[in-house]
Design a binder for this molecule. Structure first.
Ligand code: BES
Ligand code: ZN
Length: 455
């Protein structure tokens, strides 16, 4: 192990140089005009995986963006197999004017690297490629068999990955899935995430008149689609922060007393939280604490709304159309398809007959609870303790990684959510960044994990 750890400390600059190259590629999966950058990112990654010593590196096309695969399977039949999952796609960057430096021109400041995708998830996925490299370039072998499955559509809902996994069960067969795409509870508190929320994403479009109209000439005589949209949205939640869609909470597994006790023990400072966000107070579903609300309770949020005139100054019109992007975070045992049907029915029911409504389903993903007694979790706990000399905290997180439930259902493999992100990483926001200490520390943790898991 010493050779490997020495290799890691001696190659920090090389690893960082590679991360910078990777981050320079603007691989935004949800914007179709970025397709060529998606290809570039997949190619960069596959080259890097080959150079790191992985075999059989391939780029698998899908109906959407490609999947990068690689393996090293020479540890023998007796040795366990680890499947590393990650994503090379990133979120859009706007509002661009709020970035202190360009999102695809990485800048290193105060021990952090600033760029879109630095923490989510290029920096975190590269950790495992570099850990493999550190083994193969020193001792020439790994203690386990390893496979990499890195997709390009996570930020857009992983719409083609289920099919790929179902069609490639043999190729992806493994004993555990290892994922670094979550974050620690706080800086200095290494955490293993045991629960992620699911997601159901819809886009609601309201159409009224067949063209934009003068709001003086027609105003008052017909329904304004933008007003209708806002009114409908206002009916999705009540004054107590509860979602009003009939049946929405039917399958929500209540929080156990133990779990609620555990939440109370977490070192969470609500004043600090508000200060960091620049808000004066928190708000949410009645009867639950902030930590419960953001990780263990379902939500409904607008992610964007548009329609009418949004340019400079005033323009007096009744817009023909208005659209809202609405996402719901789900908890066990809610099902995205069921929730989307319930939302659809409700919206259709409350919509006035004066407008036409369309509901597009953008994506869905199941919530997950990872079993805590798996060998992978035990190995991760030891790896964290060895790397940082600290107790690990088990956390529930509010974000989603839609494919985790598929790994369990289709490959029968539990996941280990060994994230290296921090709450201040600004993922999905301007000035996303990744702590370099966690980047290098992560490579060490990954190497120690593989060793532990082989035992
Ligand atoms: N890395 C995040 C998920 C995450 C964020 C987990 C914070 C834990 C804490 C992941 O890349 C992500 O953002 N996923 C999307 C999925 C969605 C687009 C289907 C999300 O949660 O919004
Ligand atoms: Zn993300």
């Amino acid at each position: 192990m010493n050779d490997i750890l020495t290799y890691i400390s001696n190659n920090k600059e090389k690893f960082l140089k590679e991360l910078v190259e990777f981050l320079k590629i603007p691989s935004i999966s949800s914007i179709s005009s970025y397709k060529e950058y998606m290809i570039q990112a997949a190619e960069w990654l596959s080259e890097n995986m080959k150079n790191s010593g992985l075999n059989n590196v391939k780029i698998f096309p899908t109906k959407g963006h490609s999947i990068v695969y690689g393996e090293w399977l020479d540890a023998g039949k007796e040795a366990p197999t680890v499947l590393v999952y990650g994503h090379y796609d990133v979120q859009p960057v706007d509002p661009l004017n709020l970035w202190d430096s360009p999102p695809f021109d990485p800048v290193i400041k105060n021990g952090r690297i600033y760029a879109r995708g630095s923490a989510d998830d290029k920096g975190q996925l590269l950790i495992h490629v570099k850990s493999v490299e550190s083994y193969l370039k020193t001792v020439g072998r790994l203690p386990v068999n390893i496979k990499f499955l890195i997709e390009g559509e996570e930020e857009a809902g992983s719409n083609h990955l289920d099919e790929f996994i179902e069609n490639n069960r043999e190729l992806l067969k493994c004993d555990t899935v290892l994922i670094s795409d979550t974050e620690w509870f706080a800086e200095g508190i290494p955490s293993i995430c045991y629960s992620l929320r699911g997601i159901a994403f819809v886009e609601l479009t309201i159409t009224g008149p067949n063209r934009d109209l003068h709001s003086g000439t027609y105003g008052g005589g017909i329904d304004n689609p933008l007003n209708v949209l806002c009114w409908m949205i206002s009916r999705l939640k009540d004054d107590y922060g509860r979602i009003t869609i009939p049946g929405f909470y039917d399958d929500v597994r209540p929080l156990s007393k133990d779990e609620r006790e555990n939440f109370k023990k977490l070192p969470f400072d609500e004043d600090e939280y508000c200060k960091d966000l620049g808000i004066s107070m928190v708000n949410g579903e009645i009867g639950y604490t902030t930590l419960e609300r953001v990780s263990a309770r379902p939500t409904l949020d607008l992610n964007g709304i548009y329609g009418g005139y949004i340019g400079e100054g005033a323009k007096t019109i009744i817009p023909s159309k208005a659209t809202a992007k609405i996402s719901m975070r789900l908890v066990p045992d809610q099902k995205p398809d069921d929730i989307i049907s319930k939302v659809e029915n409700y919206l259709k029911n409350i919509a006035p007959p004066t407008v036409k409504i369309e509901i597009a389903r953008l994506h869905g993903g199941n919530p997950v609870l990872v079993p805590l007694d798996s060998k992978g979790i035990k190995s991760a706990v030891k790896a964290f303790q060895n790397a940082f000399g600290k107790e690990v905290l088990f956390t529930r997180e509010g974000g989603s990684i839609p494919i985790v439930s598929t790994f369990l259902e289709v490959l029968n493999a539990p996941s280990v959510l060994m994230g290296m992100g921090l709450p201040g990483d600004n993922i999905h926001s301007p000035n996303e960044n990744f702590s370099l200490e966690n980047f290098y520390g992560g490579i060490k943790v990954s190497a120690l994990f593989l060793e532990e898991f082989s035992k």
